[in-house]
Design a protein around this ligand. Sequence first.
Ligand SMILES: [Zn+2]
Length: 242
Amino acid sequence: MILGGSPVSPVPAMTIRERYLAGLPARDHEERERYDEYDAASFRAPAPEDAYPDFAVLLGPAGDRDAALERRDLPGMSRKDAARWAAANNMNDLGKLVIAWMAGEITQTPGHCGPPCAETIPLIPVLTAINRVGFVTESSQRAGARRGRTWNTWVCGWASAATATRLREAAAGTPLEMDACSRADRCGDCPREKCTSFWADACPDVAEDLRGAWWVYVEDPEPGRNDVLWPALARFADREWL
Ligand SMILES: [Zn+2]
């Protein structure tokens, strides 16, 4: 998985999470963004559930809501990016924000503390196409090989029941393997719940849609191969777009 970004040095004396817990005031915008860059190593560090108060509880009357969203601090994310994600109203908006992130307009996603990895760059056209038609991608991996090790390609994210069905149709008759689960499934080590909680926290108006969506995982079981999954997803996106 490529969740959480890669460790970068130097590691600061205090992480954003520690600053948050210590009640220290947020830094100014520019300094905060620089700080975020080298906070990647501590992003998603384990913490007790009650370390974060429910953001909804902190919100005042409706009139204060937008201002509160502008001021909020998400661990590992700049305020500028947090405001963009918080403004999302529906799953379509999330797809557009993922596209904006891949285009470099947004630096972080709720689950990835940084811009797209180098391995993702060649996938941007097809990932853009599938995010445009209702498959909101959370993470992906391109197949590759290094130092005698070979790995496979996969993509995961959220989709409506109808979109998940058409993804399954697109995978039918290919060697691709697809899993889809919903909150009703309560699967144990599945990343759905964790990823959904990060995104729901960052996008409060889409939280219920995210929780109600299908978590879809499509992979090519054959290591080292990129020419089955991505063409199949491109065909899926083409059909959806028509
Ligand atoms: Zn699952």
